[in-house]
Design a protein around this ligand. Structure first.
Ligand SMILES: [Zn+2]
Length: 337
């Protein structure tokens, strides 16, 4: 089935934003809403912050020493914001760690974990390393989830504003089909061509100017630490180093260790194309990990069973975020394992 897509936004909206602080302030003003955490906590969903509070946290981190960059704009014109750590003026040869979260917009525990990790990074001397972090990689999707939560609507949201699964849109083995893409084509839509979506294009363009050697993407759920590849059951050349790091994180991420395995094995051997995990590994040569934060937020109450938000997000986000942030910090900081 061919995904229905709309034309790209006008060219003026693409590319790095010269005044990223002004763009952030405009977005905060445009989406200013009462705190979402209290509403969700009353429903047993956990005190997650909404989109405007995520933007405020980005502002807070920028005020505390991180450098703000706007990488571009989403389909609906939201700024795609990055926080940079390390040297003030990184030269292109400097080793860079990349952190992504929110590609799948319901997986808010990944965003919470990301913010916790960045707080810890602020206190660290990164020496000869830069870190580029994109906490909300799919702002239009996150906004849609925010609106659904405020309205009390139980909706599953996985795509960007044009119905594309951003984590199938990267330019690596793009469009590879499997049983899932045939059975539920409306869930896993890769877009009309590789990197067709402005959110993916903005990340790819920002990283093209950097030497990326570590990459971490935060998702949910499943309680697993995944490494390349997603498209083949065969081991990648540097599988041993990936396995070492994945196990290191997996045993520290939770009281009962997470699983550590190649992504294709996690996906029941179904080849998946267009994932950030493989793109970062193949195109940049980075050691790449994808953490499925938490084992999910299922519970006995009808609310937790019926509301898709609860499937992905545990009711006590601070505990999960602190544990995983501590587990992945040495990986992101460039330590040896
Ligand atoms: Zn995901």
């Amino acid at each position: 089935m061919k995904p229905q897509v709309e034309p790209l936004p006008p060219p003026a909206a693409a590319g790095p934003e010269p005044d990223c602080h002004a763009a952030l302030e405009r977005a905060i003003a445009a989406h200013d809403r009462p705190p979402l955490g209290e509403i969700l906590a009353r429903r047993g969903l956990g005190p997650y912050r909404g989109y405007s509070a995520m933007l405020r946290e980005i502002r807070e981190l920028a005020a505390s020493g991180a450098r703000l960059e706007a990488l571009g704009r989403s389909v609906q014109g939201e700024p795609l914001l990055a926080l940079c750590f390390g040297a003030r003026r990184p030269d292109p040869s400097m080793r860079t760690s990349v952190i992504l979260s929110g590609l799948h917009p319901m997986e808010w525990i990944g965003i919470e974990t990301h913010f916790e990790l960045l707080r810890r990074l602020l206190a660290l001397d990164l020496r000869e390393r830069a870190v580029l972090a994109v906490p909300v990689a799919n702002p239009d999707g996150v906004l849609r989830v925010d609106r659904n939560l405020r309205a009390g609507r139980w909706r599953f949201v996985r795509h960007n504003a044009r119905g594309v699964d951003l984590n199938r849109n990267f330019d690596v083995r793009w469009g590879r089909r499997n049983h899932w893409t045939r059975l539920v084509p409306w869930v896993v839509r890769p877009g009309p061509y590789p990197a067709s979506e402005p959110e993916v294009g903005a990340v790819a363009s920002a990283l093209s100017r950097r030497r990326v050697d570590r990459a971490l993407s935060l998702h949910s759920f499943g309680g697993a630490v995944l490494y390349p590849s997603a498209y083949s059951l065969l081991p990648v050349a540097d599988a041993a180093e990936h396995r070492r790091w994945a196990r290191h994180v997996a045993v520290r991420a939770a009281a009962r260790a997470y699983r550590a395995l190649p992504c294709a094995w996690y996906g029941l051997g179904l080849a998946q194309g267009g994932l950030e995990l493989d793109w970062l590994h193949e195109r940049h040569g980075a050691l790449s990990l994808l953490v499925e934060c938490s084992r999910g937020g299922f519970g006995p109450s009808p609310q937790r069973l019926l509301d898709p938000f609860a499937w992905f997000n545990p009711p006590r986000p601070a505990e999960t975020a602190a544990r995983i942030a501590a587990a992945v910090l040495p990986f992101v900081a460039g330590s040896e394992c």
